[in-house]
Ligand binder design. Structure first.
Ligand code: MTE
Ligand code: MO
Length: 418
């Protein structure tokens, strides 16, 4: 963002706010602004014709809007993670090219003609579907957030990473098209002792997780499209499991098999990983649901306030694995006073919500926080409230309140005050 506003325009702006108490920064005419008086290069020659990019890409001026990784976090990029640039996004949908990636054995490169989905185990009839077979069942379209259980995991012991992309970017929110898992399981006929399902990935990590049959028959989707187009390879092309509201690890990508069993399998990803080590040294297993959480995305360390004092828009996102977000509260003074934020955009079940809080910044330092309340009445806790229950050993399921310190220049820093 540039800050080349001529001083005359600045002063006019300040004057108009002071005089009229205008809600928004009303732009004023600036005499001699070359962006108005000069013919710009894009106007004195023809532009590119259609089809220069048969698959369109964002403007070159948006090149900084990209996923980023933290190189020291993992030893090798094939078993690693990168992060959604939340501070560059608005609304509630994550564009496909910006959805964070988390792979345990790299991205599988699957030929859709050779794609197969097997249903086996405690079923009346074991079945194998091709991609075409799957697309002949009734389809559903649903928006859901996917949050990795390790999102904000680096922040358990204190403020660490300087940007919401890194502290909160292991999340995306996408509209999926797919077939309900219930429909698929009904084809095979789950036996009465079939109490659990185990989805398995076709990638080199062969990811597996145990899911109780109640969830499998409730709202899970066998999805083949995201935001209107085929899944991206990184997100599980051609087919992934969608497990609404539950931790991202269970959303098996490159889905190749679903086994029905009578007990959980207790595989690696639900024992040695994705369990929560408590203060007494015992691990809490099966923390499936993602608790309500929120974060202010703007301003934040990667997106400072650049316009100086005056009318300022604070925005962020909130979500809950148990339903919708009923309210978001914002504080600018570290929790002394809380204000009701305005939620704008769709309020879908287990989907990201967008909030705004508009206020007149006097230029003094701020301690910004947001706090989500979900449709069950659950209130997002402070980090200390979370530690009181969970101890200091945890990595996963950190939904504590995030604080950004804003200085007089509008620069933001990751800090902790509670
Ligand atoms: N087959 C397979 N499925 C997988 C994984 C994987 O490595 N292999 N990673 C899991 C984890 S830990 C997460 S958080 C999500 C990440 O989904 P994304 O890459 O679409 O963001 O996929 C899950 N499904
Ligand atoms: Mo994850």
């Amino acid at each position: 963002m540039t800050d080349k506003t001529p001083t005359s325009r600045r002063n006019f702006l300040k004057g108009s706010i002071a005089a009229g108490g205008a809600l928004a920064a009303t732009p004023a005419l600036a005499a001699g602004d070359p962006a108005i008086t000069e013919v710009q290069p894009w106007a004195n020659q023809l532009g590119e014709g259609v089809d220069v990019a048969p698959y369109g890409m964002p403007s070159k001026y948006e090149a900084h809007v990209r996923r980023r990784d933290v190189p020291w976090l993992t030893a090798d990029p094939v078993s690693s993670v990168n992060f959604t640039p939340l501070h560059e996004l608005d609304g509630v949908i994550t564009p496909n090219g910006l959805c964070f990636e988390r792979h345990h054995g790299g991205t599988a490169d699957i030929d859709p003609a050779k794609y197969r989905l097997m249903i086996n185990g405690l079923v009346e009839k074991e079945l194998v579907f091709t991609l075409q077979d799957l697309k002949r069942f009734p389809r559903q379209n649903r928006a859901y957030f996917l949050e990795c259980a390790a999102n904000s995991g680096m922040e358990w012991r204190g403020a660490q990473l300087n940007g919401c992309q890194f502290t909160h970017g292991m999340i995306h929110n996408v509209i999926y098209t797919g077939v309900s898992l219930r429909t698929i399981l009904e084809q095979a006929g789950v036996k009465t002792n079939g109490k659990w399902v185990m989805p398995e990935g076709a990638d080199a990590s062969a990811m597996t997780r145990s899911i109780p049959i109640e969830k499998a028959l409730d709202d899970c989707l066998v999805a083949f499209a995201m935001n209107g187009e085929a899944l991206r390879p990184e997100q599980g092309y051609p087919v992934r499991l969608v497990v609404p509201g539950w931790e991202g690890n269970m959303w098996v990508k490159w889905l190749r098999r679903i086994e029905v069993g009578d007990m959980p399998w207790h595989h690696r990803e639900e024992t040695s990983k994705y369990t929560d080590l408590m203060a007494n040294g015992k691990a809490r297993r099966f923390t499936w649901e993602m608790d309500a959480k929120s974060v202010i995305t703007n301003p934040s360390p990667q997106a400072p306030i650049t316009h100086g004092k005056g009318h300022t828009i604070i925005t962020g996102v909130a979500w809950s694995g148990r339903g919708t977000i009923k309210e978001v509260h914002v504080t600018t003074d570290g929790g002394r006073n809380w204000h009701q934020a305005r939620i704008d955009g769709p309020s879908w079940d287990k989907s990201m919500h967008r909030f705004y809080y508009e206020f007149d910044w006097d230029g003094s330092p701020l301690l910004l926080q947001s706090r989500a309340v979900d449709s069950t009445g659950y209130v997002q806790p402070t980090k200390n409230e979370l530690r009181a229950v969970r101890g200091e050993n945890s990595i996963y399921h950190n939904n504590g309140i995030q604080t950004w310190h804003i200085n007089e220049k509008g620069e933001a820093e990751n800090v902790e005050i509670s």
